[in-house]
Design a protein. Structure first.
Length: 317
């Protein structure tokens, strides 16, 4: 196994301040104890409903959010704090693509400067070399050369997203955290960007942490999946194990809600959805502890790669 990134018991809690003195009165447990491993060249999907903590995990990994507790190891070294990150070139090796390229790309900068920014931060290049590299990157993402001197607002959503990809690729990273990279795009453009991401993955041996709430997209892109609910993982494992044999009620419900195109089995799917919904209503409480918290993940008997957060045997929480 070729481990690139290891996340151990990661927690990110946001303080909530209130009242006249603006004191911390509570915390949002945005991420509350998750563990996973990212291997070289693979794609990991993070799915779950809005507010479940997906983006917070991504931001904690790239250092945009402070880690409350837990560890992030990169190639076996602790990069939870900034000092080791800088030493290890971690910030160069791990890049992020954001959902909303309109707000993540600086509107006042030209494309050339936007894409060159990470290069300027991490590499020493002459102006000529830099321009060449930016052109090469634009070419990789299928953008015309005259894009160099334009501003983000002069592009369509799909084009802007590709500029975001070019920027993330600029330093030849090893891991890209892609937070809903295509959800703002039309279906046809989505496919283009996704195929393109797959292509550069093969070419450069990239790993992705792919955040999405689109289960179709995730199925297409990912080797492994983590299903998130309220800051915790309810299920984790290889894609096919999750899609073909979901164990947690939350995963089952999420999967049964995927719209199906095949007309022949429409009635079956409808019945299946009703069955899962009924199971959810009657057995929901068995899947969470008395405070509503998701249990700790445990490997399924006979399948150490497929982990599920089920109630511990004989536990009476
Ligand atoms: N800066 C912040 N301060 C306080 N709470 C925050 C902050 N950022 C996020 N949160 C809260 O943390 C939780 C997780 O947010 P996060 O953005 O990670 O969710 P998400 O799974 O990415 O959702 P979405 O699918 O809508 O993007 C939410 O309850 C959110 O309101
Ligand atoms: Mg998000």
């Amino acid at each position: 196994m070729d481990e690139l990134l290891t996340i151990k018991n990661l927690k990110v809690h946001y303080p909530i301040r209130s009242g006249f003195f603006n004191r911390i009165t509570d915390y949002v447990y945005a991420v509350d104890g998750v563990d996973f491993i990212i291997e070289k060249g693979k794609t990991y999907g993070l799915i779950g409903e809005s507010g479940s903590g997906k983006s917070t995990i991504g931001k904690a990994i790239v250092g945009l959010e402070k880690v409350t507790d837990g560890e992030i190891l990169y190639q076996g070294k602790d990069v939870t704090n900034g000092r080791t990150r800088r030493k290890m070139e971690y910030n160069r090796d791990v890049q992020m693509i954001f959902q909303d390229s309109m707000s993540s790309l600086n509107p006042k900068k030209r494309v050339r400067d936007i894409i060159a920014e990470p290069i300027r931060n991490f590499e020493r290049m002459s102006a000529g070399e830099e321009k060449h590299r930016v052109q090469e990157l634009l070419d990789i993402v299928g953008m015309p050369n005259d894009a160099l001197y334009k501003y983000p607002h002069e592009f369509s959503g799909g084009q802007r997203q590709r500029i975001g990809v070019a920027r993330a690729m600029a330093t030849n990273p090893k891991l890209i955290v892609a937070d809903e990279p295509v959800s703002a795009l039309d279906l046809s453009v989505q496919a283009q960007v996704l195929n393109f991401m797959k292509k550069i993955q093969e070419e450069f041996g990239l790993s992705y942490l792919f955040i999405s709430h689109d289960l179709g997209v995730v199925k297409y892109m990912c080797d492994n999946l983590a299903i998130m609910y309220k800051g915790r993982f309810v299920e984790l494992g290889p894609r096919d194990a999750i899609y073909n044999d979901p164990q947690h009620i939350y995963t089952k419900r999420l999967l049964s809600a995927i719209p199906r195109l095949d007309v022949a089995h429409r009635e079956e799917h409808r019945a299946e959805r009703r069955r899962v919904e009924k199971e959810y209503i009657t057995h929901q409480k068995d899947y969470y502890d008395s405070t509503g918290r998701v249990y700790d993940l445990k490997p399924l008997p006979g399948d150490p790669e497929h982990l599920v957060a089920l109630k511990p045997e004989g536990g009476n929480s």
